[in-house]
Every structure is written in structure tokens, then in C-alpha cells.
Design a protein around this ligand. Sequence first.
Ligand code: CAA
Ligand code: NAD
Length: 284
Amino acid sequence: MKIDKVMVIGAGQMGSGIAQVMAQAGKDVILQDLKDNFVNRGIQKIEQNLAKQVDKGKIDEEQKEATMLRIKPSTEIASAKEADIVIEAAVENMEVKKNVFARLDDLAPPHAILATNTSSLPITEIAATTKRADKVIGMHFMNPVPVMKLVEVIRGLATSDEVSDAVYDLAKQLNKTPVEVNDFPGFVSNRVLMPMINEAIYTVYEGVASPEDVDKVMQLGMNHPMGPLTLADFIGLDTCLYIMETLHEGFGDDKYRPCPLLRKYVKAGWLGRKTGRGFYVYDT
Ligand code: CAA
Ligand code: NAD
């Protein structure tokens, strides 16, 4: 199965990263979001990342320009008609994803694979909104996409071997390492990572230590590159909450209950780095 044209839905931190690595691997990319300014923000982020690579001598100006030219901005989901694969990286909400997949099923060519970058939601349920469940799959990149090597590949109940092989091969073309995991809430990555982050938030909530000190313990004591609260701000506190809710609902086990402080921050619009405030304050 040949994949030359890639459409990415959602030009946030994950969508823009996925578009960047696809274009750097020589794919033609359509980067789509709801509004022009959202798409432009994603395109600007890619341009900044590539400019840094030029400064470091990793690529030259010509390669940067050629990569940028391969990325076409769009606010129309109908651009899916040109795609061999669509990778959805919109917000972590089942209703949004189901609506997107139902529309993509109508718009994308019959051969196209429909992949989701969901952090935790069931692939089988998303696939059930389409008439091509054999071509629906989870392709879960890690943040920041240009740096992290892992891609979790999650097959739904009906995903075909051919589609799974094609996505494996695509991940390798990006110089990433695909790992296949079963379709259970949070897969492996977030079933293990997110309860740790949630527990770190509880230690702040219960006054055990300040965010700075919790982070210091995990960075210096466990050699984590970022402390869990810095990482939560980096991922996005809304995304962290949605993932905890999926684990809680999916397993029906109270050990996954989201910390009330996480809920409070999300309700306040303190979503972490992307809004300038979470456990820490950032320049936006
Ligand atoms: N976008 C693109 N590139 C970035 C970047 C970004 N946001 N942040 C850093 N980089 C690049 C830098 O340019 C640098 O590149 P070179 O090696 O080519 O010079 C490299 O990454 C290292 O960066 P720095 O030296 O500035 O900083 P660092 O050594 O502290 O590393 C980090 C930064 C890679 C982000 C590191 O802190 C880290 O690994 N953090 C943990 C990240 C992590 O756990 N990600 C998984 C999140 S969970 C997830 O993604 C799943 C989910 O569903 C929620
Ligand atoms: P983000 O908030 O940075 O970006 C989401 C983007 O999707 C926004 O620009 C928004 O306008 C757009 N969007 C929302 N609804 C849309 C629709 N119907 N059509 C097109 N665009 C739409 O979020 P993010 O961090 O990039 O996360 C995106 C997805 O990737 C989520 O499912 C998330 O769980 C998953 N993910 C996130 C991380 C992470 O660390 N943040 C890591 C892996 C996977």
C-alpha cells in the first residue's frame, strides 16, 4: 500500500509535529484545522522548528524550503479527497472524533487509511462510525513528535493486516519505532504515564510538596527528563484530564479518578504551556 499524500486533522502541537515529520520524510501533506489562524499557528511552529534545524546545521535552507512547500494549509475537511492516509489529531473527545471520522468516511477515497492519534480512546468505537473499520487504526505519536522515537500502533477489532503493515512501514519511514499494543483504554503509554502524573497532582493537592519540589524529586531521583507537573503542562492539562476520564470510565476502577485540582485548573482555563498557565506560568 503506497502512501504519498497525508492529511493531518488538527494543527495543534501534535498535528503540526506529525505534519512536520511527514513532510521531512518527503510526503505531500495537507494540514487542516477549523480556522485559518489555528492552521497558521501550526505552520509557524513547523517553520520555527525547521529554522532551528538550519541553525544547528542539521538541514540546509533549501531542504527547509522544500519541506515547507510540501505542506498545504486547509480549513476544509473535504481536502481528504486527495489523501492516501488521514491522521486525526484533534481534541481528545470521543464525540469530536466520531464526527470527524464519519465525515472522513464520506470524503476520503475508498483506499484511504483513517488513523487517529488519540491518546486513550477506543479505536474500535471510532471505527464503528465508518463503513471501513478494516482501514481504521490508532497511530499514536509522542510529544514532541520530531524528537520522540515511539509510535504506538493500535489495531481495532476489524483492522486489516494490510493496513497495520502499511502504518508500521510508514512509522519506519519517519525513522520512528512502531510498537503494537491492544485496544484498551490508554493503551500502554498513557495507562502507565497518566496515573503517575495524576498522583503527582494529588501530592500537590494534599500539600505533600510544591510543584517545583515534586518535579525535583522525579527529575533528580528517577532521572526523568521532565518532572511530572512540567510534563503535564507540556502535554496540556485538558488532554491529561480527558485521558484520566477515559481510564476511569473504561476500567470502572476508582484508582483512575482524576485529581480535583486537575479538574479545577482545566475549568479555570489553565491548560498548561499552551495557555500560558498551568502548574507553572509561561511567556506566551
Ligand atoms: N519540538 C521540536 N523539537 C524539540 C522540542 C519541540 N517542542 N523541544 C525540544 N526539541 C528538540 C531540540 O531542538 C533539541 O534538538 P537537537 O537534539 O537536534 O538539538 C532536542 O529536542 C533536545 O532539546 P533540548 O536540548 O532543548 O532540551 P532537553 O534535552 O531538555 O529535551 C525534551 C527536551 C526532548 C522535550 C525532553 O525534556 C523530554 O524528553 N521530555 C519528556 C517528553 C515526554 O515524556 N514525552 C511524552 C509525553 S506523553 C505523550 O506524548 C503521549 C500522550 O498521549 C500524552
Ligand atoms: P491541541 O489542543 O494542541 O490541538 C488540537 C487542535 O485540534 C486545535 O488546533 C483545534 O482547533 C483542532 N481541532 C479541534 N476540533 C477539530 C476538528 N473537528 N477538526 C479539525 N481540527 C480540530 O491538542 P494536541 O495536544 O495536539 O492533541 C491532539 C490529539 O493528540 C489529542 O487526541 C491528544 O490526546 C493526542 N495526543 C496528545 C499528546 C500531547 O502530549 N499533547 C500526545 C499524544 C497524543
